[in-house]
Design a protein around this ligand. Structure first.
Ligand code: NDP
Length: 494
């Protein structure tokens, strides 16, 4: 192996070598060449990390810390992230090929997630219950659950980790994180900020390696009490099965086949930009990618002209360059997956009107042209399955009723975009479209305050917002008998 930077795993506040002694290469998608070495963990390392997290949860400064103090630590982590945002953005781009200008923007915004959950940390309270029994005082409290296993994919490594890390820690849990095998480096670089902020050892642990040898034993481990998974539906099925070993509470943030609907009264310039942002942002490797555009037949030709004109000018190239608009796919296998879907789309009768191949002028790296299919059958695989790449299916519609039916004709249920001026129609359609997130006259907007998540093949549970912190707590109900009378009959329910 070349002379690359070598990353170990982070367990119980220490950098540790993998028990296998093995490392694997992580590849820069812009060049197709390896640039660093990542430790190859296995079940021995998993056990070590979970035991450390369990010990810290049950018996440490962290376990005794007040919620307010935990909030202070998270705020400090947010401050440190703000200082190091640009540097971490470089690692994200190097490892997953997303545009440096997008990653700089994203990383500079991500401290807000720590600030938001830092503020919530000491507001996780229970209730006094107006109990229907005389001489009983009953209250509930919300307690942390224990060791959280967080598993993340490669498309937005730090953002998708922070969505789990910030509420999990604010609620007082400890965590073991397994990033994607393809994009572990930025999280391993981030660890130094955890140390600098002053989190006790064992609160945050990072295991690297593969789904079968790390993800699987981690999600099956008997001491794991909560699993937060973001990734594909097939891996999610394994995770849910694994959770039968520990009966963990599970949240699943999976993929989508999201509709982006344009009505006849929409601002067409904005709608066209929204469609482009929805499918070509992050080269289409986004769970919320608006991969199906439904365009009203009366404005179809007009908006298609705007879309095709802009798409033909998208600058594909080096993600480190400030003026690049679309970088490479994150991995070679993802590039091949996109190619497979494009040839399937052609076989299924979709009309390829733009792209559909690797750009000839970019010989190294995992690049693909922004691609448009017109009028594929809504029942075809290209219209039903997640491509996770820059491939748009465009379908015309006539009526509101028809487009709702088309939009909902998917096994996913993550996101939807609606472009419309009629406010009543906007609300009607938002209510009827099956999606956990609906954007009206915007697309791909995110905030720590707004929950995200879906239904069906898109998973269950929510990340972000107040709701997410509750997903990292469990309720305890405490009954206090305030009567001074003797208990007369021990054989009846009171
Ligand atoms: P994968 O499902 O392949 O992998 C996700 C994570 O799961 C990786 O860390 C992977 O490990 C791990 N994993 C794989 N198999 C198992 C297993 N048996 N047990 C436990 N963990 C396992 O997804 P991708 O990385 O390919 O990411 C793309 C998918 O993620 C898309 O479907 C996309 O829609 C979805 N996604 C959803 C988001 C949302 O918020 N809803 C956001 C972003 C992406 P490794 O890769 O190291 O082998």
């Amino acid at each position: 192996m070349g002379n690359f930077k070598k990353y170990n795993m982070y367990i119980n506040g220490q950098w540790v070598e993998p028990s296998s002694g093995e490392y694997f290469e992580s590849v820069n998608p812009a060049t197709g060449k390896p640039w660093c070495l990542i430790a190859r963990g296995n079940e021995v390392d998993v056990d070590r990390a979970v035991l450390a997290a369990h010990h810290t949860f049950t018996n440490s400064d962290w376990a005794d810390m007040s919620y307010t103090e935990r909030g202070h630590l998270l705020r400090k982590l947010g401050d440190l992230l703000a200082v190091h945002a640009d540097e971490l953005a470089q690692y994200e781009t190097l490892d997953n090929g997303k545009l440096i200008r997008e990653m700089r923007g994203q990383l500079n915004y991500l401290p807000e997630f720590f600030y938001y959950y830092a503020g919530l940390a000491d507001k996780i309270h229970g209730e006094t219950l107006p109990i229907d029994k005389k001489d009983m005082f009953v209250f509930s409290s919300r307690e942390p659950i224990g060791v959280v296993a967080a598993i993340t994919p490669w498309n937005s490594p730090l953002y998708l980790t922070f969505l789990k890390l910030a509420p999990a820690l604010a609620a007082g849990n400890t965590i073991v994180i397994k990033p994607s095998e393809y994009t572990s480096a930025s999280l391993l670089e981030f660890v130094k900020l955890i140390e600098e902020a002053g989190f006790p050892p064992g609160v945050v642990n990072i295991l690297t390696g593969f789904g079968d040898s790390v993800g699987s034993p981690l999600t099956s481990h008997p001491l794991v009490k909560r699993i937060a998974f973001t990734g594909g539906s097939e891996s999610a099925k394994h995770v849910v099965r694994n959770s039968a070993n520990n009966f963990s509470k599970v949240s699943l943030e999976l993929g989508g086949k999201s509709p982006n609907i344009v009505f006849e009264d929409a601002n067409l310039e904005n709608a066209a930009m929204g469609i482009i942002a929805g499918i070509y942002g992050a080269s289409g490797q986004s769970c919320v990618a608006g991969s199906r555009a439904f365009l009203h037949e009366s404005i179809y030709d007009k908006i298609m002209k705007i879309i095709v004109d802009r798409v033909s000018r998208i600058k594909v190239g080096d993600p480190m360059s400030q003026d690049t608009e679309m970088g490479p796919l994150a991995t070679l296998s993802q590039l091949e997956n996109v190619e497979k879907y494009v040839s399937l789309g052609k076989q299924e009768g979709g009309r390829l009107i733009h792209g559909g191949k690797r750009p000839e002028y970019l010989t190294d790296g995992f690049y693909y042209e922004p691609t448009i299919f017109e009028h594929p059958d809504n029942e075809s695989r290209i219209s039903r399955e997640e491509v996770f790449g820059p491939v748009l299916s465009v379908i015309p519609f006539k009526t509101e009723e028809e487009v709702i039916k088309l939009a909902n004709s998917t096994d996913y249920g993550l996101a939807a975009g609606i472009w419309v001026s009629d406010i009543a129609k906007a609300h009607r359609v938002a209510k009827r479209v099956r999606a956990g997130i609906v954007w009206i006259n915007t697309y791909r907007s995110v905030s720590p305050i707004a929950p995200i998540g879906g239904s069906g093949l898109s998973g269950y549970g929510r990340e972000g917002g107040i709701e997410a912190i509750y997903e990292y707590t469990q309720t305890k109900t405490v009954w206090v008998n305030t009567s001074s009378e003797k208990i007369q009959d021990p054989f009846i329910m009171r």
